[in-house]
Write a protein that binds this ligand. Structure first.
Ligand code: ADP
Ligand code: TRP
Length: 321
């Protein structure tokens, strides 16, 4: 089995990114082969400041390594360090119906809001297809919102194979259902676009303050409450061991508690959960050369694989003999 996934460096990673995407990556990194990349070409569709894009990309690598990505098993690299993918993207683009891209949500949503969309955003799913097909990936762990793009990848690979003969492996999405939507500080889905994120590696003091400021409902303390509809409980249950989670749920159902205590427990649970990763991140931050070496090494392994697949595709469609 070959596993591949990409994550955009559009800002510091938050709890939603971790439970919705990163955790799945890490669970799969010991498959036969695994490829994880920082999708900086995709991020270029929204991040237009060079220093920000670069710093976000380095931070993303540091975060992934600190969270447990092991470069001796998994290949970690920057998307832009594998130019073969952009070339493959063109081959796929020549067979992509416009209607297929018009139905893709990122573009559709931007257009519906009356915002200006560019060709990069419009063709974003084709680059994503190239990312996946370039490594003969079988399994692509992604959040729910990316499933449509995997379907597009399968469509494009299928029609290329149909026209030119078996060339690409058709990938499958692997979605983690249970934490499909991690709530943000305000109870809506946690997302950078709603400004309600809690960053994984936020300074612990700031994080505590942020958690203590989270809005809650104003029902009387003594009322019994349903834990499953409360965002503080939902967040707590992501971090807490089973026993503590059940205790907390029982406390909600009994009533007679204050949200301040729940917030304190949440802050503590999150600090414990990411404690070791925080230490690892500090060590890595002190050794930027090592991080660059890991990315460089990852890029050469990735280029080798993508080069083979590109060659196969070029032969299939008559660009090479
Ligand atoms: P954001 O919405 O903050 O911009 P991204 O779109 O960059 O986040 O998300 C990167 C990955 O993290 C995606 O695979 C996405 O599904 C996952 N993800 C982001 N937010 C959440 C969330 N609140 N719950 C579950 N998964 C999430
Ligand atoms: N579009 C993905 C996201 O926003 C990132 C991504 C780019 C990706 N290329 C990919 C994910 C290939 C999986 C496979 O989350």
């Amino acid at each position: 089995m070959r596993v591949l996934s990409g994550i955009q460096p559009t800002g510091r990673f938050h709890w939603g990114n971790y439970f919705g995407a990163i955790q799945q990556y890490l669970d799969l990194q010991r498959e036969d082969e695994s490829y994880y990349f920082i999708a900086n070409l995709h991020a270029l569709t929204t991040v237009r400041e060079k220093d920000v894009l670069w710093q976000n990309s380095v931070d993303a690598a540091l975060d992934l390594l600190a969270l447990g990505l092991d470069p001796s098993h998994a290949t970690l690299f920057l998307q832009s360090d594998v130019p073969e993918v952009s070339e493959l993207c063109w081959l796929l683009m020549t067979g992509t119906p416009l209607g297929l891209l018009e139905r893709c949500h990122a573009y559709k949503e931007k257009k519906a809001k009356g915002l200006k969309a560019d060709a990069g955003l419009f063709t974003y799913p084709v680059l994503m297809a190239a990312d996946i097909l370039a490594y003969d990936a079988d399994i692509v762990p992604v959040g729910e919102d990316q499933v449509q793009h995997i379907e597009v990848t399968r469509d494009l690979a299928g029609s290329f194979n149909h026209q030119f003969g078996e060339t690409f492996v058709l990938p499958k999405a692997k979605v983690l259902e249970s934490s499909a939507k991690v709530p943000g500080a305000d109870g809506q889905k946690m997302s950078k676009s709603y400004g309600n994120t809690i960053e994984i590696f936020e300074d612990t003091k700031k994080q505590r303050k942020q958690i203590m400021r989270m809005p809650t409902d104003s029902r009387p303390m003594e009322d019994a409450k349903d834990p499953d509809t409360d965002h503080l409980y939902q967040l707590f249950s992501l971090f807490a061991p089973d026993e503590e989670r059940e205790e907390m749920a029982a406390m909600y159902r009994r009533g007679g508690f204050g949200y301040g205590d729940v917030k304190k427990s949440l802050a503590e649970a999150a600090e414990n959960f990411f404690g070791e990763a925080r230490e690892r991140r500090q060590e890595l931050e002190a050794n930027p050369k090592k991080v660059m070496e890991i990315l460089g090494d990852g890029a050469s392994r990735a280029r080798k694989k993508a080069g083979d697949v590109l060659h196969r595709a070029q032969q299939a469609c008559g660009l090479k003999r």
